[in-house]
Write a protein of this length. Structure first.
Lengths: 72, 379
């Protein structure tokens, strides 16, 4: 949502968890920027979500579903 | 919530279940261990075992940080917290873990010890800044997911030149524990545990990447599929494991591609390497003493090491003798095999650590799984 702190170790962002907004450290994910989705563990962002890979996983899941429906 | 709700779609879960049912060889048995407590929780909460064919069995692994912490370390933390100058900060899960004689941090707090629950390691640093006359000790636990957060706090305390902030380090490592299970006599000699493949942890793998698992896949010829924590992630990972077993493959595959990269999080790994080094050995509840399985602060950060500053001695202490946490953590027993389960031991009054954390196998089974047992008996 927003980012504060300039020194890398102090860098933090306000992250929206489906309505609950919390201040989260971005020290471990320096590339995270406003609008990104991140995986958060005990107050620290650990990884950025890759939207392209996320979409591909959903497609694979949908394919498995279609194949199962076709077989039954 | 985006990137969460889509992976909880019940209709797709049903379709995946059908795909799994078509893929399994009905003459074969599949025993998969989910290493991580986050998966144990997801499997119980969403009733995934009900969606699996009867010859696919999930074994709950030891990847619950609270569950594997030995009693002696809890006792040492409580002794430390009783010192009047000390403020002990820790994650909420730890508060109710029973130490010796039924003592918990929550009870010690009620008796006057200054123990504070924090959400983030940085909260503990803030307390140290606000209370310069007190000694703030952060009781650090967890796997590779929480170690970087502790490293950041130590680096921040160093940058701020805080002299009243230390860490009581109990961080442990995932690969060492997996190797211990694969090498265990339960699995190798006694044949009491059978594991045909592993579901690799989600958040841990965002940090360490996919490479550390290659050794198990090759050396022990067991497939590993790293999976996200949502129910569809787990179902897809199980489908991928079944395919590997059927085809006689044992590779590391990554289902959680939206967050896990091959090399993990280089920044996090560098922060951990800057502050921590391997211990020669570390005691785990359930697994015993595991070589090179824990972290401690490096000599260059000795000023932030609570074990050095307070000369903490950890006296080994036994669990409640009737508690089966140890065997449950090794996958040898199930929660319902324990005499204490659901009688004297419930999440309100836990006797063992597996009943404390939401990630523990006993707590997960008590909260969700036991209703299924009842249905099964009735039908």
């Amino acid at each position: 949502v927003s980012i504060s702190g300039h020194e890398s170790i102090m860098r933090a962002g306000r992250v929206d968890f489906g309505g609950v907004v919390k201040e989260i450290s971005l020290a471990l994910v320096p590339e995270a920027d406003i609008g990104d989705y991140v995986v958060v563990h005990v107050g620290h962002a650990l990884a950025k979500i890759d939207p392209e890979e996320a979409r591909r996983t959903l497609e694979l899941l949908a394919e498995a579903g279609v194949a199962a429906a076709a077989a039954s | 919530m985006r990137y969460v709700d889509e992976y909880r779609d019940g209709r797709l879960a049903g379709a995946l279940a059908a795909a799994i049912a078509r893929t399994v060889d009905s003459a074969a048995e599949y025993h998969f261990m989910e290493f991580c407590g986050g998966h144990t929780h997801a499997i119980s909460r969403y009733g995934l075992e009900d969606l699996l064919p009867i010859n696919v069995r999930m074994i709950h692994g030891p990847g619950c940080p609270v569950c594997v912490l030995p009693v002696g370390r809890i006792d040492a933390a409580i002794r430390l917290a009783k010192r009047s100058e000390v403020i002990l900060c820790t994650y909420g899960d730890l508060m109710r873990v029973p130490g010796s004689h039924g003592m918990t941090m929550l009870r010690a707090k009620a008796a006057g010890a200054d123990i504070r629950m924090v959400y983030s390691t940085l909260d503990a640093v803030r307390i140290a800044e606000a209370e310069p006359r007190r000694e703030v000790v952060f009781f650090a636990i967890g796997f590779e997911t929480t170690a970087p957060a502790t490293a950041i706090a130590i680096r921040l305390a160093a940058a701020k030149r805080l002299t009243n902030f230390t860490v009581f380090c109990n961080h442990v490592l995932t690969p060492a524990a997996i190797q211990n299970i694969l090498d265990s006599p339960d699995l190798r000699a006694l044949g009491r545990v059978r594991v045909d493949g592993f579901i690799g942890p989600a958040h841990v793998s965002t940090v360490i990447g996919t490479k550390p698992y290659a050794f198990f896949a090759e050396e022990f010829e067991k497939p590993v599929v790293i999976a996200g924590f949502e129910p569809l992630d787990v179902m897809q990972a199980i489908l991928m494991l079944i395919a590997q077993v059927n085809e006689g493959r044992h590779e590391v595959e990554n289902q959680y591609v939206r967050a896990v990269r091959r090399d993990g999080n280089l920044k996090a790994k560098a922060d951990v390497a800057e502050v921590f080094e391997l211990r020669k050995s570390f005691e785990w509840r359930g697994l015993g003493v595991v070589p090179y399985s824990g972290l401690r602060l490096k000599e260059s950060y000795a000023a932030y090491d609570a074990e050095r500053r307070f000369g903490i001695a950890c006296v080994p202490a036994g669990d409640n003798p009737a508690c089966e946490c140890g065997a449950i953590l090794r996958g040898v027993k199930r929660p319902t095999d324990c005499k204490l389960f659901g009688t004297v031991c419930t999440p309100d009054t836990p006797m063992g650590s597996c009943m404390v954390s939401a990630e523990g196998a006993c707590a997960a089974h008590w909260t969700y799984g036991r209703f299924r047992d009842r249905q099964r008996r009735a039908s």
